[in-house]
Design a protein around this ligand. Sequence first.
Ligand SMILES: [Zn+2]
Ligand SMILES: [Zn+2]
Length: 244
Amino acid sequence: MPPPFLRRAWFAATDWVWPRVCLLCEARMTEPADVCLCPACVTALTTDPHQTCLRCSSTIGPHTDTSAGCSRCRDEVVRFDSATRLGVYDGRLREAVLRIKHVAGDALAEALGTVFAHKLRQRSGSDGPQLVVPVPLHWRRRLTRGYNQAESVARGIATELRVPLATRTVRRVRPTPKQTAVTPAERRRNVAGAFRPTTLAAVKGLRVLLVDDVLTTGATADAVATAVRTAGAAQVHVAVLAHR
Ligand SMILES: [Zn+2]
Ligand SMILES: [Zn+2]
């Protein structure tokens, strides 16, 4: 990367022909930045004022012992080792998550991945992921949507963490019904067995980071984690942009 003074000079010289605007709020960027998000949006997206459960990323009260999970996940069998969220499904983060469900949100999705990577790096320290795997869409939904937003978020994370991205490690073998207005138990039934590993060699013995946009009950992440574990992953950690 060029030194800051050169980046600033290049930014100033090209700004009048090519004005940069924030991918989320469209405010004019006044400084060169690693992602095309204005400082106000970055702060809003990355500030999570709550403590979270390390196992399922739910909001918890202060001083809560979550070594065996929180009240929401303690009695659940989860197949991933931890879950980290960028924030709660609310405000500007909710707006961003809704925006990336459309193909025009591709650049925004990748930018969200980049800012998320900084948090993930802090949390995992030297035991960071060795492979980044996005939660796949069924091919039919991918065709109608035009792209998989989880894959673009995962790409942002993988690039920033300098870890390989594996987009064909897991396949969604059947479409699942829309997961709104169903009970947690129904959600689990809907996604059970919906994912299959496609290659056993790719994840064997690795710490895998599974990436999705939203986590509600964790049923989808759990089903993908099961597939990744079947393929021999040593650890499966989940990263979601927003927790509902
Ligand atoms: Zn902005
Ligand atoms: Zn929990």
